[in-house]
Ligand binder design. Structure first.
Ligand code: GLV
Ligand code: MN
Ligand code: MN
Length: 429
């Protein structure tokens, strides 16, 4: 190939403009007005009034940069930039805009706006691309409202059905099915609509790192090679409710003390595991009757186990269940466990990883390979297409916390890699 040809190829395949940090900052700040807890972090649970208002904001923004917007019955939003040959399978990017209670304003949100900015750059630069590009907002990535994560992307991948919508409820008792109806969607058509019928060529999501690996390495961007997956359980302990002063220490059948011992068992097993990426968390616990002078008779709590290898989670779970049995017998309580999801980790597509690394080199942005401990919508999308992810640093590794912070300049650098990699993917035959 002559030098001339190489130059032509490079022109077609790379962008002449850089991501606007100003756009990214403005959009992130403006979205934060849709928040149940202003002044105390960002709280925007999926399908609430704040979430629906935030979707309207993103929809309008997508339209204003010239994208064609559609929505499905899980509430997933798609902002499409048509390519030269719309019959080819599209290239996707995007993330989520719901948050955990009192969380940050970057988790998920950075990836949605990076995607919109990337498509804006591609459109305005006039760079030709064969495939359609779509920036998507996936509904309810956080599991905090309904106990199930990645509602939108799980539906797209065919892992969430009408019967599941009726089975998952928030603590008030409202089911996911009812919440979808209240938000104006038609959950009854779920099993006809999902899994998504459009074959997808590739998906590339930008997200904040939520750990301090990049910060410690003093690098602005990470190229993700694998995404750990969650297993979530609801554990219930049934003991005997009785008087705190009147029941001797040996006679009591304390549901909370059993729950505490099960929690510590989980921590010990995760610490003892050989797997570098395994974690075990109890993040939610409800005591009944929840009174200072009453021994709890019933405790319900959540268990969250992550790893990059399903076998490691299975090995931990085997020991966990046999430990629970021993605690149950010794403490004379009854324990039930319900598995809400047992997801398999995803290895990112080698070609997308390689392409993103090459783009970073061309743009002079130093990067490193990185594994994601948190799950992401890309985990679900791995069922239907080849996926990749781009990470930008989280200050002090903090996330799911109002102190979550990522520099806009780093999000802009990640967006430059995102935009140029999307463009290359969209021009592949
Ligand atoms: C996503 O927010 C996770 O909990 O990994
Ligand atoms: Mn999150
Ligand atoms: Mn997230």
């Amino acid at each position: 190939m002559s030098l001339f040809n190489i130059c032509i190829l490079k022109e077609v395949d790379s962008l002449d403009q850089k991501a606007s940090a100003k756009n990214l900052e403005k959009w992130i700040e403006e979205l934060d007005q849709f928040n149940q807890t202003p002044g105390n972090g960002t709280t925007r649970p999926v399908y609430t009034k704040e979430d629906m208002e935030a979707r309207r904001y993103v929809r309008d923004l997508m339209s204003s940069v010239g994208l064609e917007v559609t929505e499905d019955n899980a509430g997933n939003l798609f902002g499409v930039l048509p390519g030269e040959d719309p019959s080819l399978d599209p290239v996707w990017t995007g993330s989520h805009i719901d948050t955990v209670p009192n969380g940050g304003k970057y988790d998920g949100i950075a990836g949605v706006f990076a995607g919109i900015e990337a498509l804006r750059m591609i459109k305005e630069s006039g760079a030709p691309h064969k495939r359609n590009l779509s920036v998507n907002v996936y509904s309810g990535e956080e599991m905090s409202r309904f106990g199930v994560c990645c509602i939108g992307s799980r539906a797209i991948s065919g892992r969430l059905h009408l019967e599941d919508l009726k089975a998952h409820s928030e603590p008030s008792g409202k089911s996911l099915y009812e919440a979808l109806k209240d938000a104006g969607y038609q959950p009854d058509s779920f099993d006809q609509e999902f899994p998504c019928k459009t074959p997808v060529y590739a998906s590339l999501e930008l997200h904040i790192e939520q750990n301090d690996v990049l910060e410690k390495a003093e690098l602005p961007v990470g190229i993700v090679t694998g995404i750990c997956a969650p297993t979530n359980l609801v554990v219930e302990v049934f003991g005997v409710q009785s008087h705190a002063g009147g029941t001797s220490m040996t006679a009591r059948r304390d549901a909370y003390m059993a729950a505490a011992e099960i929690s510590l068992l989980l921590e010990r097993l995760a610490l003892e595991s050989d797997s570098m990426y395994i974690t075990g968390t109890v993040g939610e616990m409800a005591l009944e009757p929840n009174a200072a002078n009453v021994i709890p008779g019933h405790v319900t709590f959540s268990v969250d186990i992550r790893s990059v290898a399903l076998e490691d989670k299975d090995a931990l779970l085997e020991k966990f269940f046999s430990g629970i049995k021993e605690i149950e017998e010794r403490r004379k309580v009854r324990v039930t466990t319900e598995m809400m999801n047992h997801d398999k980790a995803v290895i990112c597509d080698k070609h997308i990883v390689e392409l993103a690394r090459e783009v970073a080199t061309d743009l002079d942005i130093p990067v490193m390979d990185i594994v994601s401990g948190p799950y992401h919508d890309s985990l679900m999308l791995g069922d239907i297409t080849n996926v990749g992810m781009i990470f930008v640093p989280s200050k002090d590794g903090i996330s799911h916390n109002k102190a979550e912070w990522t520099s806009i300049e780093d999000i802009a650098r990640g967006t430059d890699i995102l935009a140029n990699t999307l463009l290359k993917l969209a021009n592949e035959a």
